[in-house]
Design a protein around this ligand. Structure first.
Ligand code: FE2
Length: 253
């Protein structure tokens, strides 16, 4: 369905949309956010890609308080047309892809407790906003993610969707990029998780995962386990490469 604004109506996603009750977060929760940010920033200032760090500033993320998604979106939308839309939790694939295709990033509003600062099995607002959203301020990455959603929304074949899931995994979640002769992090799983990123950074002295040049065919065929540290990652030289890969995937699948 197309609305009067000309944007596709989010139909499959509509029952998952919620409001973020920002005033309901407690001082303790803002304190947990601050602690999570404080633990990640020294490493990220050195090892995150330039676009992530620029995006962090651009969307107005605060180091000491949980982000207000309305305010984040007000800063993000004029840049790339993306927003950060509050959702109740994991979305089924059709709803997820539909939202990405409409430049709406499904964003959880709950925050992990102090007992699980290092690891949570499901994404929370720290993973979603701190890990993902700064990259959405970068025009090429923003176009890539929309293109990715558009391709997947049109796919119904289970194998093709599994292959596209690998493209998401090795870019959006665990992507790395070469900048200034170094491997820099841009995937949200690396940005938001100290264990995963330190594992990758060990690759710099030869004991971490194998880092290969990004290659669409290899990525589409590369199986992975969610429950293990990554054994292989794919490095791009520019974000145009993943945008082109998403276009190529559309032609092939
Ligand atoms: Fe994620």
């Amino acid at each position: 369905m197309i609305t009067a604004m000309g944007k596709p109506e989010a139909e499959a996603a509509s029952s998952y949309l919620v409001q973020q009750d920002w005033a309901a977060y407690t001082a303790e929760q803002h304190g947990i956010w601050a602690e999570l940010v404080r633990r990640r920033m020294p490493e990220l200032r050195e090892h995150a890609c330039a676009e992530y760090l620029a995006g962090f500033e651009a969307i107005g993320l605060q180091e000491d308080s949980i982000p207000n998604l309305t305010e984040i979106s007000q800063r993000l939308e004029p840049r790339t047309g993306w927003n950060s839309t509050p959702v109740s939790g994991f979305l089924p694939p059709a709803a997820f892809f539909e939202m990405l295709a409409g430049r709406r990033f499904p964003t959880t509003t709950w925050l992990r407790g102090r007992e699980s600062l290092e690891y949570i099995p499901q994404p929370d607002i720290f993973h979603d906003v701190f890990g993902h959203v700064p990259m959405h301020a970068h025009p090429v990455f923003a176009d890539f993610l929309q293109q990715y959603g558009k391709v997947c929304a049109a796919l119904h074949d289970k194998d093709a969707l599994e292959r596209m899931g690998r493209l998401f995994w090795f870019t959006v979640e665990f992507g790395v990029i070469r900048q200034g002769g170094q491997i820099k992090l841009y995937g949200s799983g690396l940005i938001s998780s100290p264990g995963e990123s330190q594992h990758v950074l060990r690759a710099l002295n030869g004991s971490g995962p194998e880092i290969r040049d990004f290659n669409l065919d290899q990525v589409l065929n590369q199986k992975f386990l969610v429950s293990e540290m990554q054994k292989v990652l794919y490095a791009v030289d520019s974000f145009e490469q993943i945008y082109d890969a998403a276009r190529e995937a559309e032609r092939r699948l």
